[in-house]
Write a protein that binds this ligand. Structure first.
Ligand SMILES: N[C@@H](CCC(=O)N[C@@H](CS)C(=O)NCC(=O)O)C(=O)O
Length: 206
């Protein structure tokens, strides 16, 4: 059985979302990285970087939230989060790496600056830079969503889950998405899925 480490109000949320989508049984250990719970010898044995999320599943030990979702989708979500067709599976890998490299640095940068940093300590120039980079990423995403309703074809997949979980940081930091209408519509659809709503409740309860 999968054990997932990390409190819901962290990048762990995206893995909880994937597990809830698939109805996979799992044990949740909600370690709080803000309270030093990820720096204990016990947790460092799982992730020497001392960060959440991490998962174990039998002899599998994994970190990196977006990669973990590829593992979850591939192992437990064939024909669901993991498409049956090769072209769709290729897109899941492509968009996951895109989320990590092209979108998350600026989207998470905004979240850290605008949500987690006290106003007096914020770096306005950095926030501006993150906005410019986010716009370029949104152009790419919007263009893709003019060609198909979901990123890997006609159905919601781990590609949409991973990319929308990161795009949500822009929404949370009140980035105006109206110039990218396809992204706006797709994001609202992805985030309103019952499995994500359930994770939102877990975040509030934590
Ligand atoms: N690239 C990693 C980033 C993990 C990460 O930075 N996690 C944060 C919580 S969202 C953390 O544990 N931070 C603690 C620290 O940096 O010491 C992933 O996607 O899993």
């Amino acid at each position: 059985m999968i054990t997932l480490y990390g409190k819901a109000a962290s990048r762990t949320a995206r893995n909880l979302w994937a597990l809830e989508e698939l109805g996979v049984p799992y044990k949740h250990v909600p370690y709080d990285y803000l309270k030093g719970e990820t720096k204990t010898p016990e947790f460092l044995a799982i992730n020497p970087a001392g960060k959440v999320p991490a998962l174990t599943d039998g002899n599998v030990v994994m970190t990196e939230s977006l990669g973990m979702n590829l593992y979850i989708a591939h192992t437990y979500g064939q024909g669901k989060l993991w498409p049956d067709d090769q072209a769709g599976r290729a897109k899941c890998i492509q968009w996951t790496l895109w989320a990590a490299t092209e979108l998350e640095p600026s989207a998470a940068g905004r979240l850290i600056q605008l949500v987690l940093t006290p106003e007096a300590n914020r770096d306005a120039k950095a926030v501006e830079g993150f906005a410019e980079k986010s716009k370029l990423a949104l152009n790419t995403l919007n263009a893709a969503l003019t060609r198909s309703p979901y990123l890997a074809g006609n159905a919601f997949s781990v590609a949409d889950l991973n990319v929308s979980a990161v795009t949500e940081y822009l929404q949370r930091t009140k980035f105006d998405l109206t110039p990218w209408p396809h992204v706006q519509k797709w994001l609202a659809e992805c985030l309103s899925r019952p499995a994500n709503q359930k994770v939102n409740e877990m975040k509030k309860a934590a």
